[in-house]
Design a protein around this ligand. Structure first.
Ligand code: ADP
Length: 491
């Protein structure tokens, strides 16, 4: 084959490639940018027919974006550098409908052997699907942002590497500023009430470990007023598992907190006022019991002992409410001492056997186990476990109290053969005021604070409280206390 023939075949091959390419391709030659070849795809984008081939680009194209477009091609030709046009919108008539489509353009200068620019190759790929998907996402984000702003919740995005924070206008308002004011992360942190800084620091440390950020704390506005905020957030990690970003929301909970504080103060005050008359009522009843015993009057002995039982029940309730209000205001404190857990359990078991003679309470008293804890409060927790076991299991059934020394903990458990708990209730029974309301608990009175208090007492001891149960097959409530307690460690 002659050289000339070879050139013609190569040229034909390139033209075929351009015509059949799935993308829009055109080749423009010389400083006048003569359209040397253009496939059907590029003609569609330009809205032209094949008769423009051979014309300079400036003459061939017209329309809205034509001059911007031609300038980019000219720049590529003059500079010899590749130029790009991203997401260029073009109106096209496809399937008998005129719609907007998006294309990414590449203007690639073509050079000869001497590195001199001889033309420009245009390649365009359609990115309509990607652009529409992104626009939908942006719309959804905007709608979500507007919805969040409308609820009065502020949102934030913290870069954990640079500490830069992006906050919404509502967040500035929550911090007592104008919506357009911007605060840095250290400035926001500085506004946390000094007494609540530890809460925020601990929540942050926990978030780094668990990925979930949550706290309620006070902030002080520039005018000195105190407000409550609730912050929730989620950590985002890089591919190596390093925390890099944290996203979340903040809302103003001042009103709710003030109501809670008022309610708590009321409970504390009412319980306190009830305590004194009840103490003297108890003393008088005990006096009357001993008098009735001396007089050997069975009717009075029986009636007064029943009264005393009810007074004790009321007393426990009132103390429960007082403890609850102390927890709420962070004032429940431990009074620790070293004691023998076996001895305590023996005492409690003997006491409970008198109160609940209809159940078979078993406690195996083994070797002594010394533990440092608040003896009275731990007794309260065990007492609560046993009272519940009595309350939620049938007469005559067995209740087993057990103490086990584990490697690092002491495990104390109370097991019954009663109604048991469903999995969903097992997770919730340690919450304040939570009670299982169904057929099996109907008619059994209670306030749902016993287990909440127990959980708080165990938490203050750096221990763990839990229940294992199967619905209808009894329950085992237990707690773990650290054998080597480090009381100086903050919670
Ligand atoms: P109260 O007994 O006064 O309602 P608690 O906080 O002591 O409050 O208990 C919360 C709830 O947990 C109870 O209402 C009961 O539904 C459930 N519960 C507690 N102990 C047991 C148990 N041993 N067996 C089955 N359910 C129990």
């Amino acid at each position: 084959m002659k050289k000339n023939d070879q050139n013609i075949t190569a040229r034909q091959y390139i033209d075929d490639l351009i015509i059949q390419a799935p993308v829009a391709i055109s080749f423009l030659k010389g400083p006048d940018l003569i359209i040397e070849s253009a496939n059907a795809n590029v003609l569609e984008l330009w809205g032209k027919q094949a008769n423009i081939i051979g014309l300079p680009l400036t003459l061939a194209l017209d329309g809205d974006n034509a001059s911007d477009y031609i300038n980019l091609v000219k720049d590529a030709y003059k500079s010899g550098h590749i130029h790009y046009g991203y997401e260029t919108p073009i109106r096209l008539n496809r399937n008998e409908h005129v719609n907007l489509f998006y294309f990414d353009f590449v203007y690639q200068p073509v050079k000869d052997n001497n590195n001199k620019v001889t033309g420009v190759m245009i390649v365009a790929t359609e990115v309509t699907k990607q652009v529409i998907a992104r626009q939908l996402l942006e719309d959804a984000e905007e709608r979500l942002r507007l919805a969040i702003e409308a609820t009065g919740i502020g949102n934030w995005d913290l870069d954990l590497v640079t500490n830069d924070v992006i906050a919404s206008p509502t967040l500035s308002v929550i911090f007592g500023l104008d919506p357009e004011d911007k605060l840095t992360h250290p400035e926001l942190r500085d506004m946390i009430h000094p007494d609540d800084k530890a809460i925020v620091n601990n929540a942050y440390k926990k978030a780094i470990k668990t990925g979930v950020y949550l706290y309620e704390a006070r902030i002080i506005w520039a005018d000195g007023s105190v407000h409550w905020i609730r912050t929730t957030g989620k950590i985002l990690y890089d591919e190596r598992g390093k925390p890099v970003r944290m996203l979340g929301t903040i809302n103003d909970i001042t009103k709710r907190k003030q109501e809670e504080i008022m309610k708590n103060d009321f409970i504390a005050m009412a319980s306190h006022e009830l305590k004194t008359p009840l103490t003297s009522l108890k003393a008088y009843t005990q006096l009357l019991v001993s008098k009735a015993k001396k007089a050997d009057d069975d009717f009075f002995i029986n009636a007064l002992e029943k009264s005393e039982k009810q007074i004790n029940k009321m007393n426990r309730l009132i103390h429960g409410f007082l403890d609850m209000s102390k927890i709420e205001s962070g004032k429940l404190q431990l009074n620790t001492q070293t004691f023998d857990m076996n001895e305590l359990l023996t005492e409690i078991a003997a006491d409970k056997m008198l109160i609940a003679p209809d159940h078979v309470l078993s406690f195996e008293n083994r070797q002594t186990v010394q533990i440092t804890a608040d003896r009275e409060k731990i007794a309260q927790v065990i007492g609560n476990f046993i009272s519940n076991a009595v309350k939620y299991s049938p007469k005559g059934s067995a209740i087993t109290v057990e103490v086990k020394k584990l490697t690092e903990h002491l495990r104390v458990s109370v097991k019954d053969e009663g109604i048991g708990l469903k999995a969903k209730d097992q997770q919730n029974v340690f919450q304040r005021f939570y009670r299982v309301e169904d057929e099996s608990t109907r008619g059994l009175s209670g306030f749902g604070i016993g287990l909440y208090l127990s959980a708080e007492i165990i938490r203050l001891h750096h221990g763990k409280i839990a229940v294992e149960s199967e619905d209808g097959k009894g329950a085992e409530f237990y707690f773990l206390l650290p054998l080597q307690a480090d009381w100086d460690q903050p919670l």
